[in-house]
Design a protein around this ligand. Structure first.
Ligand SMILES: [Zn+2]
Length: 262
């Protein structure tokens, strides 16, 4: 099987998995693979990711012009092109709207607290990009400052984009983001968080530098309320009385994030 044929099958497979897991609805989402310097293989617009055949994919050049394929190119291809341009190490991208992580993105809350060791190793933290209208240059502008440092980004009032050295790893990162969002939501419902800190975090940083899927310089999620990780502007409102900090850590960042915008 040629490499291109293999990638076409992979895109169809991971598109189906996104659909089956409920990470996309209707015709949402898109996936792509960088075939070489001049060609990107991507899902077409206006088709369900659950039922794509390998022959449905389109091939575009680095400017997004259609080179091959019988379907139309998605307007969200610009986001993929930006990531490939800024990250030469990236060869696969997955964009979806998984409900829990998208809920955080719609609430204006980044997933930047070190609550789960494996997430710290695999992703660092997941910042929140400010809102940009899909299919316009605005969307790329909101992502641009974050792409070099992070491997997955929450897009305000929209969804998630994850990328890696392979499409398989990018898909895994998408799963990790949604799973972590569920865990973060449970800690919020329990009214208490116990983030990792100090030496425990330093050891994870060391492990992260050795982790095969980690190629970016994503900082550990040490961000507090007004630190890096939330690029959606200042938050308003008062502290949430329903969320109690654990004695081990003040968990201030998340509590402040948990404020609901007035
Ligand atoms: Zn989208």
């Amino acid at each position: 099987m040629t490499r291109e044929r293999q990638h076409r099958r992979e895109i169809a497979l991971f598109g189906k998995m996104l659909y089956q897991r409920g990470y996309v609805a209707a015709m949402d989402g898109n996936l792509s693979v960088r075939l070489d310097e001049e060609r990107i293989l991507a899902t077409p617009t206006a088709m369900s990711k659950g039922f794509l055949r390998p022959s449905d994919m389109v091939i575009v050049d680095p400017e997004g012009r259609l080179l091959a394929g019988r379907h139309h190119v998605s307007s969200e291809i610009a986001m993929h092109l930006l990531i490939y341009r800024l990250r030469p190490d990236v060869h696969g991208i997955v964009h979806a709207h998984p409900p829990t992580a998208t809920g955080f993105a719609a609430a204006g809350i980044p997933l930047n607290k070190p609550l789960v060791c494996e997430v710290v190793i695999g992703l660092g933290s997941i910042p929140l990009a400010r809102y940009g209208t899909p299919g316009t240059p605005e969307l790329s502008e909101t992502l641009e400052p974050l792409v070099p440092q992070y491997d997955a980004i929450l897009m305000s009032n929209h969804g998630v984009v994850a990328y890696a050295d392979t499409l398989h790893h990018a898909y895994m990162k998408m799963e990790t983001v949604e799973h972590f969002a569920k865990v973060a939501l449970v800690t919020h419902l329990l009214g208490q968080q116990q983030p990792l800190e100090g030496q425990d975090l330093e050891k994870l940083l060391l492990a992260r530098s050795k982790y095969e899927g980690s190629h970016s310089a994503a900082p550990l999620p040490l961000a507090t309320a007004d630190g890096p990780g939330n690029h959606n502007g200042p938050q308003r409102g008062s502290a949430d009385p329903g969320l109690r900090d654990s004695p081990r850590s003040p968990a201030r960042g998340f509590r402040n994030r948990a404020r609901v915008k007035a």
